[in-house]
Design a protein around this ligand. Structure first.
Ligand code: G3D
Ligand code: MG
Length: 276
């Protein structure tokens, strides 16, 4: 732990789509954001200060909170998003048993792609009736990873602040030192269509060219929206429209040569997946 009392830490929320990741962040950060665009595409980053005490000393922790898309198929985005992550919040929904079991794949990603991280496990939607598993089940899940666990409600705000605070505290206390090997089981993933794989790489390639994910994902969202392309189910022609639109953008910000080079690379991705 450095002596400086100010620490900046990147954390990330992961888990099945619909468990309440974005809602938890909203509740915690009190942020307003534009959800007109396709909900789960890419990543959003938020900031919040939290005070953590260790050995009688107060730390001002500057949390950089990453909200990742719910899609398991976007490997390249997931991989980049985990880079430099010091804390992972695994979120499931207490009214859906499968959302707990499916955390296995996210644990695997976190261990494969993340640096050593502190883990916290959250059973969200506690305000709803018909819980399918309990706080003890979440706790049991967290145990092998030295993870903390809590049951929260992003709707009422119950335990939300505590969840983020626990994560920050775990990081500061370096509880992540003894994380075991990844779980052997590979949970079921939907078969990934070639168009989705190509789309994933096209977006990644564009973001790399246009200044990184943080800057470029809003542009990607806007373009998909404008073109009316369903990002979860693009056709081959949709991808071509997307390519033209992204190339046009790079032409505008970087010039003709860069745009032309990008265009070649993006068409090579289509070819690679037999979509030409
Ligand atoms: P995600 O980011 O994990 O995909 P979201 O999940 O935050 O988008 O939440 C998915 C839906 O669950 C949203 O409903 C949201 O309002 C609801 N939700 C999230 N957290 C809670 C909670 O603690 N309690 C209850 N009752 N609902 C919650 P909609 O209908 O907007 O899709
Ligand atoms: Mg979300």
């Amino acid at each position: 732990m450095p002596d400086a009392n100010k620490v900046s830490l990147k954390v990330i929320l992961v888990g099945e789509g619909g468990v309440g990741k974005t809602s938890l962040i909203k509740q915690y950060v009190h942020a307003h954001f534009d959800e007109k665009y396709i909900k789960t595409l890419g990543t959003n980053v938020y900031r919040k200060e939290v005070r953590v005490e260790k050995d009688g000393k107060n730390y001002n922790v500057h949390l950089q909170i990453w909200d990742i898309l719910g899609q398991k198929v976007f490997q390249t985005i997931i991989k980049s998003a985990f880079k430099g992550t010091r804390g992972v919040m695994f979120v499931c929904d207490v009214t859906e048993k499968a959302t707990l079991e499916n955390l296995d794949i996210w644990i695997k990603y976190a261990l494969d792609y993340g640096q050593s991280s502190a883990f916290t496990f959250i059973g969200n939607k506690s305000d709803l009736p018909n819980h399918r598993f309990s706080k003890a089940d979440v706790e049991a899940y967290a145990k092998p990873y030295n993870g903390t666990s809590l049951v929260t409600s992003a709707k009422t705000g119950d335990q939300v602040e505590q969840a983020f605070k626990d994560l920050a505290t775990s990081i500061i206390n370096e509880r992540y030192a003894t994380i075991p090997d990844p779980p052997p089981a590979t949970p079921v993933l939907e078969p990934v269509r070639e168009t989705i794989k190509a789309e994933d790489q096209i977006i990644t390639e564009f973001c790399n060219e246009a200044g990184g994910f943080q800057i470029s994902m809003p542009i990607v969202r806007e373009r998909f929206h404008k073109l009316g392309v369903d990002f979860e189910n693009p056709s081959r022609n949709d991808l071509e429209k997307v390519i033209m639109s992204l190339v046009e953008y790079v032409m505008f910000i970087k010039g003709e040569n860069e745009a032309h080079e990008l265009e070649k690379r993006l068409y090579a991705i289509l070819r690679k997946y037999g979509l030409e």
